[in-house]
Ligand binder design. Structure first.
Ligand code: GLC
Length: 729
C-alpha cells in the first residue's frame, strides 16, 4: 500500500472514530463526567431497572442458579459474599450479557482486617496508634480483595464502645472517639487510595450508622437509648472523619435512635447524614435490617418499612428483599415519589462508574493477577509489621523480657500450635493453614534443640495435661504460656458476661508458676479481659490480641527482642466484670464512688503499654498561657529514651476542660505522636492544637469554644501525665 493510501486510510479511521464517538451514549463515554453519565443512564432506565440497583443480594454456592436467574432477569444491582476472580467474572457475564443497557454488577465483601492474608483485628491495629501503618494495612487488604473480584468493603467499623462484654468490640478502634476518628480516616484512605478505578483500591463503607455500641449490657443487637449529646460527642466523630476522608458509602446499624429503627429514621438518615454531615454517597442497610422493624413491632409490614426507609433516605437494601418486593408497587400507587428511586439509583450507579466497572466490567476478574497478588511477600510483610506494632506489653517483672535467644524455652498451653483462632473473627478468606503459629514462629528464629514443645490442643488443657507439665518443662530455662479466649467467644452476636480466659487455663498457669521457672504469658483475645489471676501467675504478659496470619512470627520477634513492643491500649481493662462499662473519659461527678468490694480503678488504663526500654518525660510547655478563638495552641514535650534499647514511644496529649456550661469529661485525648528513640536520645515532640480542639457541645448543644481554663496533660498513658494550664479568653 502506497504512503498516500495509508494516510487516507488513517484519516478515514480517525474521522470514523470521532464520528463513532459522536454516536455513543453519554453513559458509555468514559470522557464524560460521572454525573453526566449517571444522568444519561438514568433517563434510559425503567423503574424496574432502577429498583434493581437498590437490591443487594447475598451469593451462596447453594443459591447459584437462583441468583444467576435473578441476575439475568435484571433484578440484582450488587452481590455480597461472591468471591474469586473466576466466579465473579462468570456472574458479571450473566449481568452484562443480559442487561439491556449493559449495567454491570458490583461485588461487596466484609474485608474487615484483611482478605486472605489477615492483619490483626481492628482493635489490635488501633493499639499501634500508628495511622500510617493502619493505612498500609488497609491498602494491602484492598490489593488482595480487588484481585479476587471485590470492589467494596464493609469497613471501617467505627463504633465507639467501652463494654468488653460486647463481642463486636474486637472490630472497633477502642473507646475514644478522637483516636477512632483518626483510625477511620486512615482506613478509608488506605482502602480507597487516590483513584477508585485503578483496579487495586476498594470502595469503603463506614459502619454502623449510628450508636450501635450504646447497647445495654453488651448484648448485641439490643436497641439503644442514648442522648443526642452522646451521639455528637462519642459516636459521630469517627463517621464525620470517614466522610471527610471521602468514604464511598455508609451502612446503617441494626439498632434505633430515640426509639425509631435507624433503617427508617429520617433524623438520622437525612437530617444528620445528608444535611449536617454532607455525605453524598451510597447509604445501605445492614443485613436484612429492613425486615427487622416488623419483628420489633415498629412497622406493620415490609411494605410500610420499605416506604418509610426510602422516605428516610436509605438507598440500598441488603439481603432483605423488601425493596425489590415493594418499591415498584409503592411508586405506582403514588405512595413514594419516583424521584426518591432516581436519587438512590443514582448513588448506586455512581459507585459503579467511579470503580471503573462501566468502562471495563471485567477489570477485577483476572485469575492470573489474583494468583500473583494473593499472599504476596509484600502483603505478608505488611500484616507482620502491623502485628508487631499492635501487641501491648502489660507486665515485665524484673525485665524477664526480652529473651536473649540462648535460653531453653518450653512452649505450653492451647495457643502454642493454634492457627485458626489467631485470625480472630471476620476472617474472610483467611486460611488457618497459612497462619504462623507461636511454635512455628519460634522454630523460625531459634534452633529446634532450644525449644521444648509442651503445648496442647484447644480442648487439651485437662488435669492430666496440667499434672504432666512440671516434667515436660523440667529442662527449660523459661516457660512461654500461650493462653487466650477462643475465637468463637468473640465477634457478632456473641456477648459474654464473664471476661475471663477458661478456668482450666488459669489452673495451667498456676502449675507453671509452681515450677519456679520464669513464666511469660502470651494472651490471644479480642476484648479487654479481667486478668488478675493471669497476672498473679506470670512474670511477664504480652497482649497479642488476634494477630492475624503472621501472628506467631510477631510474637517470637517481640519476645526475642528483635524489636520492642510499642502498642498502647485503646480500651481500658477492668479489674472485674462488675466494673463495666469502663473508660478513661467519663463525665466528672461530685463524688467518685467505686465498687466497695473491688480494688479501685482499672487494671490497665487507656493508653497503657510497656516497652523494653524506659522513657522520661519533661513537663509540657506551651507557647503562651493566654489564647483567643482563632489561635493555635503549641504544646511541646521532651521525651528521652533512658533505657538500653531503641524503641518507639506513643506520646499522648489530653485536654481537661476545667469549667464549662455542661459537666466536662475527666479528660479527652486531643493528640498523639510516635517517636522512635535510640538509647539516650531525646526528642521534643510538638503538638499544634487548633482552637477548635477546645470546643464543646454547650448546654444549648452549640459546638462552641467557651472561655476558661484548660489543663493540658502529656504522658505515656491516660493516667501517667504531667500538666500545664492555659486559658482562653
Ligand atoms: C452483618 C454485620 C455487618 C456486616 C454485614 C454483612 O450482620 O452487622 O457489619 O458487614 O452483616 O456481612
Amino acid at each position: 500500500m502506497k504512503w498516500s493510501d495509508l494516510i487516507k486510510v488513517s484519516v478515514l479511521l480517525s474521522l470514523s472514530g470521532s464520528l463513532f464517538a459522536k454516536n455513543i451514549p453519554d453513559y458509555k463515554d468514559r470522557n464524560k463526567p460521572v454525573e453526566v453519565r449517571v444522568h444519561d443512564l438514568l433517563r434510559r432506565m425503567t423503574l424496574e431497572e432502577k429498583i434493581a440497583e437498590l437490591n443487594l443480594v447475598p451469593y451462596y454456592a447453594s443459591s447459584d442458579s437462583a441468583v444467576r436467574a435473578q441476575i439475568r432477569q435484571g433484578k440484582i444491582g450488587a452481590l455480597l459474599k461472591a468471591n474469586g476472580a473466576a466466579l465473579n467474572r462468570s456472574l458479571q457475564e450473566e449481568a452484562v450479557g443480559n442487561s439491556r443497557l449493559g449495567i454491570p454488577l458490583i461485588f461487596h465483601e466484609d474485608v474487615i482486617h484483611g482478605y486472605r492474608t489477615l492483619s490483626p483485628i481492628p482493635l489490635a491495629e488501633s493499639c499501634s496508634w500508628d495511622t500510617v501503618m493502619v493505612r498500609r494495612s488497609a491498602e494491602a487488604a484492598a490489593r488482595e480483595a480487588t484481585a479476587s473480584g471485590i470492589q467494596l468493603t464493609y469497613a471501617p467499623m467505627v463504633d465507639v464502645s467501652n463494654d468488653p462484654r460486647w463481642g463486636r468490640i474486637m472490630e472497633t478502634s477502642g473507646e475514644d472517639a478522637f483516636l477512632g476518628a483518626a483510625m477511620a480516616a486512615a482506613r478509608v484512605r488506605g482502602f480507597q487510595g487516590d483513584n477508585l478505578s485503578d483496579g487495586h483500591t476498594l470502595a469503603a463503607c463506614v459502619k454502623h450508622f449510628i450508636g450501635y455500641a450504646a447497647l445495654l449490657g453488651g448484648r448485641d443487637y439490643q436497641n439503644t437509648d442514648f442522648s443526642y449529646r452522646d451521639l455528637k460527642e462519642r459516636y459521630l466523630p469517627p463517621f464525620q472523619a470517614a466522610v471527610d476522608a471521602g468514604v464511598s458509602s455508609v451502612m446503617c446499624s441494626y439498632t434505633s435512635y430515640d426509639g425509631e429503627p435507624v433503617t427508617m429514621n429520617r433524623r438520622i438518615n437525612t437530617d444528620l447524614l445528608r444535611e449536617e454531615m454532607q455525605f453524598k454517597g451510597l447509604y445501605m442497610s445492614d443485613w436484612t435490617t429492613l425486615g427487622h422493624a416488623v419483628t420489633e413491632g415498629a412497622s406493620r409490614d415490609g411494605r410500610e418499612s420499605s416506604r418509610r426507609a426510602m422516605e428516610s433516605g436509605l438507598d440500598m437494601d441488603m439481603s432483605s428483599g423488601q425493596y425489590a418486593r415493594w418499591l415498584r408497587e409503592l411508586v405506582l400507587a403514588g405512595e413514594i415519589d419516583s424521584s426518591l428511586i432516581d436519587r438512590a439509583a443514582a448513588r448506586a450507579l455512581t459507585l459503579k462508574f467511579t470503580t471503573g466497572l462501566f468502562d471495563d466490567p471485567y477489570m477485577y476478574f483476572d485469575v492470573r493477577k489474583e494468583k500473583k497478588i494473593t499472599g504476596s511477600r509484600e502483603i505478608r510483610q505488611t500484616v507482620l509489621d502491623m502485628a508487631l506494632e499492635s501487641m501491648v506489653l502489660l507486665k515485665n517483672d524484673s525485665s524477664v523480657l526480652p529473651l536473649s535467644g540462648a535460653e531453653k524455652i518450653a512452649l505450653a498451653g492451647p495457643f502454642t500450635d493454634m492457627k485458626a483462632d489467631l485470625m480472630g473473627s471476620w476472617t474472610m478468606k483467611g486460611q488457618a493453614g497459612e497462619v504462623v503459629s507461636v511454635w512455628e514462629g519460634f522454630c523460625g528464629k531459634m534452633p529446634r534443640g532450644q525449644l521444648i514443645h509442651a503445648g496442647c490442643t484447644w480442648d487439651g488443657v485437662t488435669p492430666e495435661y496440667i499434672a504432666g507439665l512440671k516434667e515436660q518443662v523440667r529442662e527449660a530455662d523459661v516457660v512461654l504460656a500461650c493462653i487466650g479466649e477462643y475465637a468463637f467467644h468473640i465477634g457478632e452476636a456473641v456477648t459474654t458476661g464473664r471476661l475471663q480466659i477458661p478456668e482450666e487455663q488459669i489452673q495451667m498457669l498456676r502449675a507453671l508458676k509452681a515450677t519456679g521457672k520464669p513464666v511469660i504469658a502470651v494472651l490471644f483475645n479480642g476484648r479487654p479481659l479481667v486478668l488478675d489471676q493471669v497476672l498473679a501467675s506470670c512474670d511477664a504478659l504480652l497482649e497479642a490480641w488476634y494477630p492475624g496470619t503472621l501472628g506467631g512470627t510477631a510474637v517470637a520477634s517481640l519476645l526475642l527482642g528483635e524489636t520492642s513492643p510499642s502498642g498502647k491500649l485503646t480500651q481500658t481493662f477492668p479489674r472485674h466484670a462488675g466494673q463495666v462499662p469502663v473508660a478513661y473519659n467519663f463525665r466528672r461527678s461530685f463524688a467518685r464512688i467505686e465498687h466497695a468490694d473491688l480494688e479501685k480503678g482499672p487494671q490497665f488504663p487507656f493508653g497503657f503499654g510497656l516497652s523494653y526500654t524506659t522513657f522520661a518525660y519533661g513537663r509540657p510547655e506551651t507557647d503562651r498561657t493566654e489564647y483567643a478563638q482563632g489561635d493555635t495552641v503549641c504544646v511541646k514535650v521532651r521525651v528521652r529514651n533512658t533505657g538500653r534499647m531503641a524503641a518507639r514511644e506513643v506520646v499522648q496529649l489530653y485536654v481537661r476542660d476545667e469549667v464549662a456550661t455542661v459537666i466536662p469529661r475527666e479528660k479527652e485525648l486531643k493528640g498523639f505522636a510516635s517517636v522512635f528513640l535510640q538509647p539516650g536520645e531525646s526528642r521534643e515532640v510538638l503538638f499544634r492544637l487548633p482552637w477548635e480542639s477546645f470546643r464543646i457541645w454547650n448546654n444549648r448543644m452549640e459546638h462552641v469554644l467557651e472561655p476558661g481554663v484548660f489543663t493540658l496533660q502529656t504522658g505515656d498513658d491516660s493516667e501517667k501525665v504531667q500538666s500545664v494550664q492555659i486559658s482562653f479568653r
